[in-house]
Design a binder for this molecule. Structure first.
Ligand code: SAM
Length: 193
């Protein structure tokens, strides 16, 4: 009953790397149609389904509209890269720090590999910038990119802020696709590393 098969990628990453926990505050960039959101809502118990565990928060943002999903605050029709969108997210957060930033954002592919790579890297940096400004210590960052010549720089930049940075390719991500995920764990704060 997932809205898209992409749900399996997040499920697989979570099974292996344990990134979702009840009570977490999650900001999800590029969320439509909402399959990752479904996985996140259940993983952080934001509905909440289990009243004995702490209740998380999921804020899902996409430039396209997002069909409402119980347990998530959906901000559809919003370009994540704009500061006004990020301000809206902060208004929902009401001062709480974020525990997990997810970005599955992808630009419309032009078919020109290098251009598509540059565009998706720019989206990943926008999510990373938000994450380092608004995350709690020890928090997690996961972003999708289409692999290319700027991977190394992004990984190096993530390593400035996260104690561990891994390249992740979940089994359900097609091997003939250049799609990879970068997972940063244990945010160490701005300028502490
Ligand atoms: N994770 C989603 C799911 O499981 O349902 C699928 C996300 S899809 C692969 C990529 C999404 O990124 C698209 O819905 C697209 O509209 C969104 N996107 C691209 N650029 C964006 C931007 N600047 N701001 C917000 N969303 C963006």
């Amino acid at each position: 009953q997932f809205r898209a098969r992409s749900a399996f990628k997040l499920q697989e990453i979570d099974e292996r790397h344990k990134i979702l926990k009840p009570g977490q505050v999650v900001v999800e960039c590029g969320a439509a149609p909402g399959a990752w959101t479904q996985v996140a809502v259940s993983g952080v118990n934001s509905l909440p389904k289990d009243t004995n565990r702490s209740q998380g928060v999921v804020i899902a943002v996409d430039i396209l509209s997002i069909h409402p999903l119980p347990g998530a605050v959906t901000l559809g029709g919003k370009d994540f890269t704009l500061s006004e969108t990020q301000q809206e997210i902060l208004n929902v957060l009401k001062g709480r720090k974020v525990n997990l930033v997810l970005s599955d954002m992808a630009p419309n592919a032009t078919g020109t590999k290098e251009l598509d790579h540059e565009n998706i890297i720019a989206l990943a940096y926008s999510a990373l910038r938000f994450a380092i400004q608004h995350s709690d210590l020890q928090s997690t960052f996961l972003c999708k990119i289409w692999s290319g010549f700027r991977d190394r720089q992004l990984i190096t930049d993530m390593e400035k802020f996260y104690r561990s940075v891994k390249v992740v390719k979940p089994p359900s991500s097609r091997c003939d696709s250049s799609e990879i995920f970068l997972l940063g764990k244990k945010f160490c704060g701005l300028g502490t590393k």
